[in-house]
Each structure stands twice: as C-alpha cells, then as structure tokens.
Design a protein around this ligand. Structure first.
Ligand code: PLP
Length: 407
C-alpha cells in the first residue's frame, strides 16, 4: 500500500492525465488506489462496493490473496519468453478451456478485441484454405459490440464507434437480433461467418432467444457459414454456465474470450474447432505477448477457481441477485425491464442511466451505464449474497435520488 503522505489526490491525478494521457476516456471523478474483495478504496480512503469489476474483468474480486501469490510466484520465476519458444502453461490453459467449451484449441492474445480479430482472420483463413477465397462476408447483429480494433469494430454495430474510422472491413451485414427471418435472408454462401454475442453486453444486456438461436443453427446448416460466438463479456461462467452459447444450444466453430479469464491480467483467447484449426498454418497470425507465462498463470488460477466451486457460487448468488433486482424493479417505476443471467444484469430505465450511475457513485456503489438507458451490473464472481443484496439496496437509494430529484 502506498504511504498516505506520497499518495496523489484526485486533483493531482487529473491534472497529470490532462497533460499526458490521450483523452479517449470520459472518466468518473474518482481515483481508486486499492481493492479488497468486492470493495474498492479511493485516494481519500473512501470504500465503494464494486458491482462492475472493471467491466467484467476482476472476476476474483480485488487483491485476491491466492491470485496475488500465484502472480508473485510466477513473476519471481519467469514472466515472458515470447511465442518463439515453448513453455509449460499455454497447453494447460488450452486444455482447461477445451474441457469447458468443447473447442479443442486456443490461440492466446491480450484482450477481447484481439480475440475477435483472431476469430475473424481464422474464419477467412478457413475458407481460403478450402479453396473459397471469395467467401469473405460476415453477418453480425444490431446492438452487437466486439471491440475497437479495425476488424472487431467492423462487426460492432453502433455508428458512434464506427463513423470516424470508416472505411472499415467491407462486406459486413447487420441484422436485428430478434428477427430470425432477417438472419435467414442475410446469410448465404458468400458468408464466411455469423458473429454474435450470445448475450449482448454493451448493447444493453440482451440475451439472444431460442427462436433466433434456431435461425443461427439453420443458417449455418444451410450455407456452411461458420459461427463465431463472442463470449468476451458473457463467457467463462459469468452467466452461471461456462459459456452462454451452451445455454442457447449453439455449436460455434470459434469463440472469443477475455475479460474474466485473467482476473485482471490482460488475457484473451480465440477458441477454435479442429476443422478451423486444421486450416491454419504457422505464421498466419501471432502476437508477441499472447499467452505469456504470467498471463497463463493468472488464467490457470482463475480456471481452477471456476471449476473448483466458483461456478456453483455464481449460480447461487446470481439467482438471489436476479430476484432482488426483480423486486427492485417492482418498486421503482423508472425501471422498465430487467435482463440478464447469473452475474450479468441490465436494468433498462425510462431515462438516461447516467444520473443513476453518478448517484450510485456518491452512495459508494460502482456500476455503469450502457446503451444510454441501461444500468449494467457485472460484479466479481466471488460476491456473496449479502454483498449483492447490499449493492441492490444502494442502487435502490441511487434510483430514489434521481427519480425523486426529477419527479
Ligand atoms: N467483445 C465483447 C462482447 C465485449 O464486451 C468487449 C469489451 O467490452 C470486447 C469484445 C472487446 O474487449 P477488449 O475491451 O478487451 O478489447
């Protein structure tokens, strides 16, 4: 812990950033300096209950002692050697991910957007290797979000992310996520892959439904199009199942993962079926850092926790949180819908959610807003039922602050 005398204040932090950090982010007025389980502590020593976990990343909460020990041990042993050489941990993480997902192989990278890039490239490579180089198009979904690099951005729907960076990758068609007929019409034998988040995150916490999942299966069967499931946000146990595509009965060839996998260390991966992996040659893709020893050690630690009881915990706490949120919606008329599963929830409001996020922060609760009117909750997987209930109680007060203030 930094000694208080040398710890910068929020104003110090803001002043330095204002001069030296590219202004891509609109930050909340708080500087967190340490964490403890599901709590964050700011530069003034104030504690906040964290129902966001760094946008779905700090899956084991903050300063988890076991993860900290594993990382310290690995840092003192060997951190990075590059992908020019073998090390013992990539295969171990790949094997655990294969057991959870059914997809036998992993390509390791450092973020969600890179995982999606890998999926898009591997889908293209599959058709190229199979003598169908013209089969390059992607069908993606309205409200979908897959990242900010050029390929992932090209299958991201919202124009405010896309417009300043056009032209993007050509040949992407967007269809509404609850319109099976539109999907059927969009997918043909020029489609390399359909790209979907099985439970859309940034787009407002919207699970795909059974009818749309059936349409995806039909379109893939009819045309041979590959399926990419972007599980960067909803995957790895967050919804109470290892992957949400499993809950929908989908069988993707490619799955992108990230966020929760490293428990805060930057780790992403593209999980790949044998038939797609068979089309990929050495040199087709790569990254210097991807799957280094420190990243893999974090992923191994997380995956061991997940399969060692944490997934059951997510199911149990997720059920309690879901019913607490339904009760909250019943007494707060500003909440027009509650959507989600496990520890991934969105509360749609009858107004912009920004005011509620600010009011929550003032009440010591960290949440965020997505799709303008949606309050999003992505708590750490380790949250207890009591902590989740405390979070809902604070959210209730924050809603009251805003609704009371504008009524
Ligand atoms: N895919 C999904 C579904 C996401 O929610 C995100 C990030 O929010 C990404 C991809 C991009 O991940 P990253 O921000 O790690 O690049």
């Amino acid at each position: 812990m930094m000694p208080t005398a040398t710890r910068p204040t929020l104003d110090d932090v803001r002043a330095l950033e204002a001069r030296h950090v590219v202004p891509t982010y609109k930050r909340q007025p708080v500087a967190f300096v340490r964490g403890e389980g599901v709590y964050l502590v700011d530069a003034d020593g104030r504690r906040y209950l964290d129902l966001l976990s760094g946008i779905g990343v700090a899956s084991l909460g903050h300063a988890h002692p076991g993860l900290a020990r594993a990382l310290a041990d690995q840092a003192a042993t060997l951190v990075h050697t590059s992908n020019l050489y073998y090390h013992p941990l990539q295969g171990q993480v790949g094997a655990r991910l294969a057991a959870l997902s059914g997809l036998p192989r992993a390509f390791f990278c450092n973020s969600g957007t890179e995982a999606v890039e890998a999926c898009l490239k591997f889908a293209r490579r599959y058709w190229h290797s199979n003598g169908e180089s013209a089969r390059t198009r992607f069908v993606a979904l309205a409200h979908g979000f897959s990242g900010r690099t050029m390929g992932a951005l090209s299958v991201t729907w919202d124009d405010h992310y896309r417009a300043p960076f056009q032209p993007l990758v050509p040949g992407v068609i967007f269809v509404p996520p609850y319109d099976p007929a539109a999907l059927a019409a969009a997918v043909d034998d020029s489609t390399a892959a359909i790209v979907v988040e099985p439970l859309q995150g940034e787009g407002g916490v919207r699970p795909l439904d059974a009818a749309f999942a059936a349409a995806i299966r039909d379109a893939c069967a009819r045309t041979g199009a590959l399926l990419v499931a972007d599980e960067v946000q909803c995957g790895l146990g967050r919804t109470g199942v290892p992957f949400f595509f499993q809950a929908l009965g989908l069988a993707p060839d490619l799955v992108s993962v990230g966020k929760a996998l490293g428990g805060g260390m930057p780790v992403g991966a593209a999980l790949v079926s044998e038939r797609v992996a068979g089309a990929i040659r050495a040199g087709d893709h790569g990254t210097t850092y991807g799957g280094n020893l420190l990243a893999c050690r974090a992923a191994l630690y997380f995956l061991d926790e997940l399969t060692g009881g944490l997934l059951d915990h997510v199911v149990r706490v997720g059920k309690a949180l879901g019913s607490d949120l339904a009760a909250l919606a019943a007494r707060q008329p500003a909440v027009t819908a509650v959507r989600g599963r496990g520890l991934m929830w969105g509360l749609e409001l009858d107004r912009d959610a920004a005011g509620v996020v600010d009011a929550a922060l003032a009440r010591g609760l960290v949440i965020n807003r997505t799709a303008e009117r949606v309050v999003r909750l992505l708590p750490p997987f380790v949250i207890s039922e009591q902590e989740a209930a405390e979070g809902v109680a604070r959210l209730d007060l924050a809603l009251g602050d805003v609704v009371g203030a504008t009524a």
